[in-house]
Design a protein around this ligand. Structure first.
Ligand code: ACO
Length: 379
């Protein structure tokens, strides 16, 4: 009410704006421009700065791919060892219950790491490198502390993935195991404007720091619809038990309104190229899990049943389905799968942080208001 309005005059009728187009889940909404990853859902293609994911898996390493994302330069022999864990982080990890989820421990570690650093605006490739190198050491430290073991210092001669395995197990990994996990890290490094990357960009857009952005991204990745799926893939395959049970299990699971983990994707309508690459890795591993053949049988049935039930919405295998046998094959326990995915995605998250900061505008979408019209509080 303005000062000039007579005291008993009715307030002017509030104009109700017409609802604007709304896309649940922001599907189809373009909210950023990026030169980092191109996800071609229709053709099942994934490019990092123009390079095909299959070629990067075959000829690259995770440090080279991370460097490509941060700088745009392809240096195939780029070296990135894991980094030491600050005392404040170790103290915090020791204070967590041994039952804490590794994703919670990693998110906490990144947050504490941020508090120990001078992370000035704008974020830099050096900050991205330091955080990406820190997190594997922190996760390995937590995995050991919860078993009553002492954390292991980084070996500066090892690249990031073999270094992570060494700090996890206390012994160097064999070349095949290190190569398989490195391929998984390459495949998981970047994937366009997915939920966790969008979270990192939203946080960065407020001029917050890179550790806050990555801590938030880990929180988003933790959900089973995003990064929590491979753990559940293992559980589901074990529940199926045998190839003969596959068809009945698939149909019963969908009939209960549940989702088959490792299938479907917001963007891919064709077979996920990451699943294709990881299936090859899984099948060529020395230490593949004994349930890999069963998983392949379940996949065949699931694809057939999903095509029958959703003829207009192609639902194919996604990356998580074959991430599960690779991660188990390199010796990780299923509860470490989501946090290991988070380690791999550090390269993409931090590259998006740099890109967002380079041409920043605060991300602030709008909502159509659906609540009650303006009204008086009850007397
Ligand atoms: N199993 C069974 N049915 C499914 C599945 C599935 N995995 N995925 C989708 N559907 C069904 C939906 O229930 C929906 O059915 P309805 O129309 O009868 O309601 C229909 O297919 C269409 O669903 P979409 O719109 O394609 O799904 P959306 O884009 O909302 O979700 C998502 C994509 C979250 C990945 C979904 O497919 C899913 O929950 N998959 C299982 C979890 C999973 O594997 N997550 C990992 C994704 S990859 C990643 O994040 C790294």
């Amino acid at each position: 009410m303005t000062d000039s309005m007579p005291p008993d005059a009715a307030p002017p009728e509030a104009a109700t704006p017409a609802p604007r187009p709304y896309s649940p889940g922001l599907e189809g909404v373009v909210a950023a421009e990026t030169a980092l990853g191109y996800v071609d859902g229709a053709a099942g293609r994934l490019l990092y700065r123009g390079y095909r994911i299959g070629d990067l898996v075959e000829r690259g390493t995770y440090p080279a791919v991370a460097n490509l994302l941060w700088t745009g330069e392809w240096e195939p022999h780029h070296h990135l060892p894991t980094a030491a864990v600050p005392d404040a982080v170790l103290t915090t990890l020791r204070a967590l219950p041994s039952t804490a989820k590794p994703m919670d421990a990693l998110r906490t570690a990144v947050s504490v790491w941020g508090a120990t650093q001078k992370l000035e605006w704008p974020p830099t490739p050096e900050q991205a490198r330091a955080l990406t190198a820190f997190s594997p050491s922190a996760l390995a430290a937590f995995a050991r502390i919860r078993q009553g073991l002492e954390p292991i210092e980084p070996d500066p001669d090892l690249d990031l993935v073999p270094g992570f395995l060494y700090q996890l197990n206390g012994t160097p990994a064999d070349a095949g195991t290190a190569r398989a996990l490195d391929a998984y890290f390459v495949v998981g490094a970047e994937h366009g404007l997915n939920a966790s990357t969008f979270t990192a960009r939203v946080i960065t857009s407020t001029r917050s720091d890179i550790a806050s952005a990555v801590a938030g991204a880990i929180g988003a990745l933790k959900g089973p619809l995003h990064g929590g799926a491979p753990t559940e893939v293992v559980e589901q395959i074990h529940t199926v038990g045998s190839p003969e049970r596959a068809e009945a299990w698939v149909r019963e699971t969908i009939a209960r309104g549940e989702r088959l983990m490792g299938f479907g994707h917001r963007v891919y309508r064709a077979y996920d190229p990451r699943a294709k690459a990881l299936r090859q890795v899984a099948e060529s591993m020395d230490h593949k899990p004994d349930w890999l053949a069963l998983a392949i049988a379940v996949e065949d049935v699931a694809l057939r049943v999903l095509a029958e039930l959703h003829p207009d919405r192609p639902l194919k295998t996604n990356v998580e389905f074959y991430a599960a046998p690779v991660l188990q094959g390199v010796g990780l326990t299923p509860d470490l799968f989501p946090a290991t995915f988070a380690l791999a995605r550090h390269a993409g998250w931090t590259a998006h942080v740099l890109e967002q900061a380079a041409s920043n505008r605060i991300i602030r979408p709008d909502a159509n208001y659906t609540g009650p019209a303006e009204r008086d509080l009850p007397a």
